[in-house]
Design a binder for this molecule. Structure first.
Ligand SMILES: C[S@@+](CC[C@H](N)C(=O)[O-])C[C@H]1O[C@@H](n2cnc3c(N)ncnc32)[C@H](O)[C@@H]1O
Length: 273
C-alpha cells in the first residue's frame, strides 16, 4: 500500500508529457518483443487505466446495454474516448447506429482514427486541445468548452473514468453540454468517485485528503489526478440541467467487497426529461 501511494506520488511529480513518455518507455521492451492482438494498442500507449483492455471494454458495453438501455441503432457520444477502450466493442454492436468520441490527448485520438475510424465509417473521433493537468500542460479551459455537436443529437452519452479526472466547474459545464446535445429521454451513463457527507480519508489506500466542500482532491498539485464528489452536488447539477437520477451504484474503490456486477468506480445513470 505504501509502495503504491509512493509510486503514485512520484508519477504526479513528473510533468504531464513525461508521464505519457515514462509509460511508453517502461513498456517498450514488452511492446517490441511480445506478439500482441492487433486490435489492442501497444501497452505503452494505453494511458487510460489498468486491466485487460478488451475485457474492460466489453464489461462496460454490457452495462450500457443492460443498465443504460443502449440500442444498436443509437447515436452515441463517448466523452473522453481515450484510446478506444469503449469504442472497440461498440464497433461490433452499433450496427445501424453512429458513434462520436472526443478527447484531450492526441495520441489516443490518433490511434482511434488510424485503427477504428478507418475501418468503421460510422465511428468518428475528434481531438480537442482541452487542458487537464493530469495529461497536459496547456489547452482550452474545459469549463467553457461547447461540445462540437448539434442540440439533441444523441440517444446515449457516456463518460467512463473521465469525470473522475475533472474538477467541479468542468463537470458542471460537461453535464450542461451533455444536456444540450442529448435527446429527450436519452441517458447519460458516467462513473465518479462519490463520497459520503461525513467522508474521512484516514487509512485508505485510495483516498481524497483535500476536502473542498462539494468535491475532494487526491493531490493538490495535480488537481485532476483524481477527484471525488459528494452525491448531493452531482444530484443538484443533474436536476439543474434537466436530468433525473436513474441509478447510483457504489464501486469497490472504498474497499467494499467487489460484487459480480460492480466496478472500481461508482456509476451514476442520468435520464434527460
Ligand atoms: C482514465 S482515461 C479514460 C478514457 C476512456 N474513457 C476509457 O475508459 O478508456 C480519462 C480520459 O479523459 C480524457 N479527458 C480528460 N479531460 C478531458 C476533457 N476535459 N474533455 C475530454 N476528455 C478529457 C483524458 O484525455 C483521458 O483520455
Amino acid at each position: 500500500m505504501i509502495q503504491e501511494n509512493l509510486l503514485r506520488r512520484i508519477y504526479y511529480k513528473l510533468p504531464p508529457q513525461l508521464r505519457l513518455l515514462a509509460r511508453r518507455l517502461v513498456y517498450l521492451p514488452k511492446d517490441i518483443f511480445r506478439k500482441r492482438n492487433q486490435l489492442v494498442p501497444p501497452e505503452g500507449l494505453i494511458y487510460t487505466g489498468r486491466g485487460d483492455f478488451l475485457k474492460v471494454g466489453r464489461y462496460w458495453l454490457d452495462r450500457f446495454v443492460n443498465d443504460g438501455g443502449l440500442q444498436p441503432d443509437h447515436s452515441v457520444l463517448d466523452i473522453g474516448s481515450g484510446i478506444g477502450r469503449m469504442a472497440l466493442p461498440l464497433t461490433q454492436y452499433l450496427s445501424s447506429g453512429k458513434y462520436e468520441g472526443f478527447d484531450a490527448v492526441f495520441q489516443g485520438v490518433k490511434w482511434c482514427r488510424d485503427n477504428i475510424q478507418k475501418k468503421y465509417p460510422n465511428f468518428n473521433f475528434k481531438y480537442i486541445d482541452l487542458n487537464n493537468d493530469l495529461y497536459k500542460s496547456s489547452g482550452i479551459d474545459a469549463t467553457r468548452y461547447r461540445f462540437d455537436y448539434p442540440d439533441h443529437s444523441f440517444d446515449f452519452i457516456f463518460a467512463i473514468s473521465v469525470f473522475t479526472h475533472m474538477i467541479d466547474t468542468e463537470v458542471d459545464n460537461y453535464i450542461k453540454e451533455a444536456s444540450r446535445v442529448i435527446k429527450q429521454g436519452g441517458k447519460l451513463f458516467a462513473t465518479f468517485f462519490i463520497v459520503d457527507e461525513d467522508y474521512s480519508p484516514a487509512n485508505q489506500r485510495f483516498s481524497f485528503p483535500y476536502d473542498r466542500g462539494h468535491y475532494l482532491l487526491m493531490d493538490v498539485r495535480v488537481r485532476s489526478a483524481n477527484v471525488a464528489y459528494r452525491l448531493s452536488y452531482i444530484r443538484r447539477l443533474a436536476e439543474h440541467y434537466g436530468f433525473s437520477v436513474e441509478l447510483t451504484e457504489k464501486g469497490y474503490w472504498q474497499n467494499e467487497a467487489q460484487q459480480e456486477n460492480n466496478d472500481f468506480q461508482d456509476v451514476i445513470i442520468l435520464k434527460k426529461h
